[in-house]
Design a protein. Structure first.
Length: 290
């Protein structure tokens, strides 16, 4: 491990010192692999980091052969290390095409992908961890549990819609809220995401909810803070997760919450509502409990 992380210490300190303060200005962390199957996720992460004014951290995790050095200490094969660094070098070049002036750190991790991502998330306050939609659902589920329990990070799963996708929320940010309006971090994240993108916000809520008024009041508070964001409502009579999924194909971004007290609790547990994170046909972010 020290072979990979020792040279990153000064760079990490500089990254933290230069990062702007703010609720959504934590680092954007993206997982890449040697097959370049996550190009969309990498490019989305670079664009998101540039829009936030934060840094991008590119993570590559790989299984390494168990070797011992001449004195019997565990070490990493140099050829494996060089191959790993080649992967992140290509990823950095791709990210620079999106945002040439972006602050970029790389983390080559000899071990499990989840461990690598959680390690990075713990080092950066309010980080956004980005996965490609092609990732196995088991990785998404495990990472979701680890992030919500031990970090302030949010999780984005990027499955970009086909160009020209249409729908009632085409080009807008979509957020699903529970009877309490969701954690403040969720609505705040959604409003700021809409403002950065110069688009409107669609709020999905149950039409028959007995606490509809309190939800409307919670949204109104954020409207006063971000008056430039146009807000529309989708009062659904069916399950909220189904309504959010229906809105997602043409949405610029779908925002969920990781709280454990409403319908979104089931996203963490992996039952029906987890499909919002796994199946949304567009970029979806599950905001951490911060």
């Amino acid at each position: 491990m020290k072979l990979f992380r020792g040279w990153q210490g000064a760079e990490a300190a500089a990254d933290r010192a230069s990062a702007p303060s703010g609720p959504d200005n934590g680092p954007v962390i993206v997982l890449v692999d040697e097959h370049t199957t996550d190009v969309e996720a990498l490019e989305w992460a670079a664009a998101e980091a540039a829009a936030r004014g934060s840094g991008l951290r590119i993570v590559y995790a790989f299984r390494f052969p168990c070797l011992l050095d001449p004195v019997g200490n565990p070490t990493v094969d140099l050829q494996a290390r060089e191959s790993a660094e080649d992967v992140v070098t290509v990823a950095v070049r791709r990210a620079r095409r999106i945002a040439p002036d972006l602050r970029i750190r790389t983390h080559v991790f000899p071990g499990r992908q989840v461990t690598a991502l959680v390690t990075e998330a713990r080092e950066g306050d309010r980080a956004l961890v980005v996965l490609g939609h092609g990732r196995r659902s088991r990785l998404e589920r495990t990472l979701t549990r680890r992030l919500t329990r031990g970090t302030t990070a949010s999780l984005a799963v990027i499955g970009l819609s086909k160009h020209g996708a249409v729908g009632p929320s085409a080009g807008r940010v979509v957020v699903g809220v529970d009877d309490n309006g969701g954690p403040p971090a969720v609505l705040g994240f959604a409003f700021r995401a809409a403002r950065r993108r110069g688009t409107g916000l669609t709020v999905v809520h149950a039409a028959a909810s007995s606490r509809r008024r309190s939800v409307e009041d919670a949204v109104q508070i954020w409207r006063m803070a971000y008056p430039e964001v146009d807000v529309q409502w989708d009062f659904t009579r069916g399950p909220i997760d189904s309504a959010v999924l229906a809105e997602s194909p043409a949405a610029a971004l779908t925002v969920l919450g990781a709280d454990r007290h409403g319908w979104l609790r089931r996203v963490v547990r992996g039952s029906a509502s987890y499909n919002v994170l796994r199946l949304a046909r567009g970029p979806v972010v599950m905001v951490g409990t911060v």
